[in-house]
Design a protein around this ligand. Structure first.
Ligand code: CUA
Length: 305
């Protein structure tokens, strides 16, 4: 069975485990209340020969049963909530800022020890077993950051920063999803999340901080001539474009368009020629490149490991 990448009921970190426990408890207690109230309803109908006795039902099923149960649940869920990881940036070695855009994620890493920074998009990698601090914001409208297997939802609000500290217990894949309606492509605003062993994570981050290799191919010239760099940065080639995802290490990602397409040559060609086909409303315009330029561009993008 493939593991559930995006289910609250498959927790893979301490906060998610608390939330899963809480979900099961609320579901169980709700089921108990339902069965008891239904039982009372049946009993009252039975006793009054099919005429519902309102007193038994209203006082028993409406007040005496639910009140103490709901009060106990409220106290317990408040206490569990207070045990969730407090968003505190100081303790975390790795700090990441995630910005919601219509309709993709900008992910910036900062290693607090080395001062190294790396920018990527639509993919978040985490060192397994380590707490990572995320600063969450938005550039245009409300979005919400939700990694069901690792933590609770956090709103992303333009002009504000919200913090979240999370930990993945073990190496593995997860999937996040924008959880606040943000326009036409809200549903295709997904985030690939990979937890790696710490050493592998450090090597990956070091690599992500490097400028692009293969900076002198024909595809690069197409990229510049078509002004793709007005919106996209490829470090070492053209910097400054921040409207669209940073593409410096595009080929190391698994999806295109924030989960809209798998990353392969055919998808790249289709996406560059007409992004609207896969993701109607996406901010990226269609291109009118001749086929050989398109091939060269896609081929070059595929080398950006
Ligand atoms: Cu971003 Cu919904």
């Amino acid at each position: 069975m493939t593991p559930a990448l995006q289910s609250v009921l498959s927790p893979a970190g301490p906060d998610a485990a608390l939330l899963a426990q809480l979900s099961w408890l609320l579901f169980g207690a709700g089921a108990v209340i339902f069965v008891l109230v239904a039982g009372l309803a049946i009993a009252s109908i039975w006793r009054r020969r099919w005429r519902p006795s309102s007193r038994l039902l209203v006082i028993g099923g409406g007040i005496i049963l639910p009140l103490p149960l709901l009060a106990a649940l409220m106290v317990w869920s408040g206490w569990q909530g207070s045990r969730l990881t407090w968003p505190f940036s100081g303790a975390a070695r790795i700090q990441v800022s995630v910005t919601g855009h219509m309709w993709w994620w900008e992910v910036r890493y900062r290693n607090t020890r080395t001062g190294r920074e790396a920018v990527l998009a639509n993919e978040l990698r985490l060192p397994a077993g380590e707490r990572v601090y995320l600063a969450l914001g938005a550039s245009d409208v409300l979005h919400a950051f939700w990694l069901p297997t690792l933590a609770g939802k956090v709103d992303m609000v333009p002009g504000r920063l919200h913090g979240l500290t999370l930990r993945a217990d073990a190496p593995g894949r997860h999937r996040g999803q924008c959880a606040e309606y943000c326009g036409t492509q809200h549903a295709t605003m997904a985030l690939d999340v990979v937890a790696l062993p710490a050493a592998e994570f450090d090597a990956w981050l070091e690599h992500q901080a490097q400028p692009a290799l293969n900076a002198s191919l024909r595809g690069r010239d197409v990229f510049l001539a078509a002004r793709c760099n007005a919106c996209h940065t490829v470090r070492g080639v053209a910097e400054g474009g921040r409207q669209g995802p940073d593409l410096t290490h595009l080929a190391s990602r698994s999806h295109l368009g924030a989960g809209a397409l798998p990353l392969n040559r055919a998808a790249l060609l289709g996406w560059i020629a007409n992004p609207q086909a896969a993701k109607p409303g996406a901010r990226m315009p269609a291109s009118s490149l001749p086929p050989e330029d398109l091939q060269a561009l896609a081929g070059w993008l595929e080398t950006l490991q």
